[in-house]
Design a protein around this ligand. Sequence first.
Ligand code: SF4
Ligand code: SF4
Ligand code: SF4
Length: 445
Amino acid sequence: MPVITPLEGLAQHGCLELHLTDRCNLNCKYCYLNEGGGVRDRRDMSYEVIDQAIEMLRIVKQKQQADADRLLEAIAAALAGTEVLKAQARLWHKQIAKLRQDLPKPRITFYGGEPLLAFERLRYVVEKTKDLVSHWGVVSNGTIGTPEMVSFCKAHKIGVQRSHDGCPEAYECTRGKAALEAYNLRSPLWQDYGKTRRVTVEPETAHFLWEDFKYFEKMGLGIGATFIPNYYADWKPEQIEAFKKGLWRLAAENIRRFKTTRKGIWEFWSHRTFPTFSNRHGGNFPQGCGAGRGLWSIGINGDIFLCHRFASESPESECCYGNIRDVLAGTARGYGPIVRARFEEMDNNVRPAQCKRCVARPSCGDCCHHTNWIHSGRTGLTQPPDAWCELKCEAAEIVRRQDNELRQIDPRWYTKIQQQSRRPPCAAAAPIGTEAKPEHLQLTP
Ligand code: SF4
Ligand code: SF4
Ligand code: SF4
């Protein structure tokens, strides 16, 4: 199996996640950093590690340029003296020289803890990586912010996602009342910025989906919210049903509004939530989300993990690639045998029997590595929790029906939106053929 090192992956427009700090001002019920017995240090990433991460990005750029130069030289040598092809050669040379300037750059996402608590470090990274990355993103809990932070993010076009847990009843259940007050206090600062919202849904808050949606609309927070179930939790059948019911109600509302206004709640629901369920991993399947091969996370001590969710794992873990100083020295040990075996299975398109004819297959990626890790001690392609399969399958069905309806109502609009969203046509919207829910799950009502 070809091993993809962080240096190679980042050179292919990969993503570097920086776990900038382990500190957080909240204590969410579902915090993934507390899963699996992980230990949190409550410290910030040292500037030494930050400089090593920047050094890694500089090496990626130098390597890309050296490769392009070698290609240019090879073309020049191959075409030397071939009179007929001279004009053509000049053209190719020019195009490759341009490509050399526009080489795909990696991107950086800041995670924590709450990354805005380490804003000076964030600013330091951004200032030092302007020529090394294509863009930056921050995943914040939304309760932190100063005018200075907001204007810095705006000036550098840093994508800011402010997570939110929904209507007050849901929010208070997962984060507490004080957190909601802090969120609302900061919202005016971010009002025209940071509009995407991740909504983590607990089993206990699943029946609030419709109220969440109405609340977001009322508060002007509607655009770009994405509901993600907490798959670490144990879901009771009635809680899964409540979540499904909420999805269907939102889909129906989307279609109703679209019929009358041609606006629907596309941005809020179809454009964000459904693709997350239905098509997020479509282009990469079976490589899944890319964790460990297209994206890497650097923890506060410089240990490199599959993704940000592993940040509180031990450096001895299967899921740790090694420390960044070893990656720079070329001596990193790489992932452990279980993780390597899983990647090999993915490359060979090996998957559990239940996934082979599953309606959610194009979107699922055979479950999140971290969810599997917590549930079974393995990453990818193992048995995911039933709630995962239930909700993925239901969402795929909703997407298919909804997309077909929207397409029929206005085919030209549908095609335009698909093109604008830069996603391939929704796989789940295509005729399903022989695909079906896995047998151990009940049929869609
Ligand atoms: S805001 Fe994020 S890091 Fe902080 S407690 Fe909540 S889930 Fe954990
Ligand atoms: S059976 Fe479950 S894990 Fe397999 S593709 Fe379907 S939803 Fe994904
Ligand atoms: S392993 Fe899970 S949490 Fe990590 S990037 Fe993949 S889908 Fe996301």
